[in-house]
Design a protein around this ligand. Sequence first.
Ligand code: ATP
Ligand code: MG
Length: 247
Amino acid sequence: MTPLIEMNNISLRFGGNQALSDVSIDLYPGEVVGLLGHNGAGKSTLIKVLAGAYKADSGQIKVEGKEVQINNPQDSQRQGIETIFQTLALADNLDAVANIFLGREKRKGFQLDEDTMEVEARKVLDRLRVKIPSLRVPVSNMSGGQRQTVAIGRAVYFKARVLIMDEPTAALGPEETQKVSELIQALKAEGVGIFLISHDLHDVFDLADRVTVMKNGRVVGSARTDQVSQDDVLGMIIGGVVPPQLR
Ligand SMILES: Nc1ncnc2c1ncn2[C@@H]1O[C@H](COP(=O)(O)OP(=O)(O)OP(=O)(O)O)[C@@H](O)[C@H]1O
Ligand SMILES: [Mg+2]
């Protein structure tokens, strides 16, 4: 099977700070890959390269086996890659409908087609089975779980083949976290490939088929979650130690 995504030998420097050194990672259809590592390890930077927010200094990105140039967020979206960023996932002052269609609004002639966008937004959020009383209040008035659903709704509406989630449950309570886990499993079952960044090892082990651990801008190692224990992975995160079964 061809990977949905291959990032090969990606390097990126911010001034004197080598944020990514020769990072390679891949993702298959219907697979959840957990991206782990300490604060500052380079996880968000790596996925921002894939999302078109940063341009790598060197390296290659392939989508379904074909090399692609991702120079901006539109290039990434055009490849079916949707991203839920760690911060600023939504525009706070806009409502759910506007957030789902942000930058990709539907128009009727020169006017925004608000009615169609609202109907479509309602459909996609109903499909995700999360109750959102009003789609027309600013999302800043919504709960963390509802906001996360709006962000996921946007990805689902635009038919993501690849979904990048950077700390999707960090601000959520247990019930909302459970809901997001269910959404991840449903998308996975539809063949969507998901990069999941999380500090919660327990969640990652529940959801991910594989993990890739980063430290100081490098990949320590990758493993299937049935090959390694949580302690093994902690050793990779903290000490950069690759467990014997992966050597
Ligand atoms: N826009 C930027 N300009 C300069 N340096 C940056 C920028 N973004 C990230 N960095 C640096 O790059 C390194 C990697 O940061 P990154 O945000 O990718 O880490 P992370 O693994 O996502 O951490 P966290 O778990 O805290 O979110 C850090 O040293 C960070 O300070
Ligand atoms: Mg980060």
